[in-house]
Design a protein around this ligand. Structure first.
Ligand code: ACO
Length: 274
């Protein structure tokens, strides 16, 4: 385990290519304070270029994943401090959405206990979300008189069906992991005692795949979401060329050679040997 990451509000362990990141304010149910968001901006910047990290898992210490934004430190305390509030909002948005959504390495949200309010931002931004079946998800904003702002309302509509989005946002009702899987808010709900193992299995599977192919693929899907067909065709052609140019291990040639010449693997059944 690599202990080079040291933060007040975030724990990071790097184990054989997987970075296990946990929000670490369990006494406040991992509510996201400005300081925690500041730490996470730095954590993600470093993980992006850490050559020992291929996959990032985002979890939470203690009883739950996150209780959302810190109502005291992120909201009320900053109401009459516009300069500090501007910085806090920028940093909160930066790591939870801008950076994470197109993070150049695969990301997995590993969710247990609960996920409320602003926690949906990083939940949706991650490429995969694996949750314990008994996790409680809730967009509780209306319960205390605000709207699901930041990017939550928009991101949710791009993730779950229209009727489910309105139901979650307008009633504030909690749902469990099984219902979250049904509406595709998460990738998969698993028994709580399997959460870590299932997450690790997925992470290890991703580590076997060409990292530049994964980077280009996730960015291709996420960026073209907001493009027209004409723009997407042009963007994807450029992205295809960019990925081959960036790929230091020459996956394109290696993959074809292992299939056509060596006959050592079948691309339909799994990745080439790196
Ligand atoms: N902001 C600030 N503090 C919080 C938050 C939060 N979002 N959530 C929990 N805490 C604090 C509590 O104030 C309490 O602090 P204290 O020990 O100093 O009194 C501590 O964390 C423990 O919380 P409890 O409510 O006592 O814990 P319990 O296990 O009973 O309940 C639960 C947990 C259900 C998460 C509850 O704390 C809660 O409803 N939190 C708010 C969840 C929410 O609605 N989040 C969305 C916020 S809006 C947004 O993100 C945009």
């Amino acid at each position: 385990m690599n202990s080079g990451y040291s933060y007040e509000n975030v724990k990071v362990d790097v184990d054989d290519g997987v970075a296990w990141v946990r929000l670490n304010r369990p006494e406040k149910r991992n509510a996201m304070s400005p300081r925690l968001n500041h730490d996470m901006v730095d954590v993600l910047s470093r993980l992006e270029t850490d050559t020992g990290v291929g996959v990032v898992v985002l979890g939470g210490e203690g009883q739950g994943w996150t209780a959302g934004m810190d109502l005291e430190l992120f909201f009320r305390d900053l109401d009459d401090k516009p300069a500090e509030r501007a910085v806090a909002h920028r940093e909160s948005q930066q790591w939870r959405w801008n950076h994470l959504y197109t993070f150049p390495k695969p990301t997995i949200a590993m969710v247990h206990g609960f996920c409320y309010g602003g926690g949906f931002t990083q939940l949706i931004a991650c490429d995969f979300a694996i949750a314990a079946e008994d996790t409680v998800f809730g967009l509780s904003e209306v319960n205390w008189g605000i709207i699901p702002a930041g990017i939550v309302a928009k991101a949710l509509m791009d993730c779950v069906p229209y009727r489910d989005a309105l139901d979650l946002c307008m009633t504030g009702r909690p749902i469990d992991g099984t219902e979250a899987e049904r509406m595709r808010l998460i990738t998969r709900a698993v028994p709580g005692d399997r959460l870590r193992a299932e997450t690790e299995q997925l992470a290890r599977r991703l580590l076997k795949i060409n990292p530049e192919a994964l980077r280009g693929t996730k960015q291709a899907l996420k960026i073209t979401r907001g493009m027209s067909y004409d723009q997407s065709i042009d963007y994807l052609a450029a992205k295809f060329a960019e990925q081959k140019y960036r790929d230091a291990e020459g996956g394109y040639a290696k993959g074809i050679a292992q299939f056509i010449d060596d006959k050592s693997y079948r691309p339909a059944h799994g990745p080439y040997s790196r």
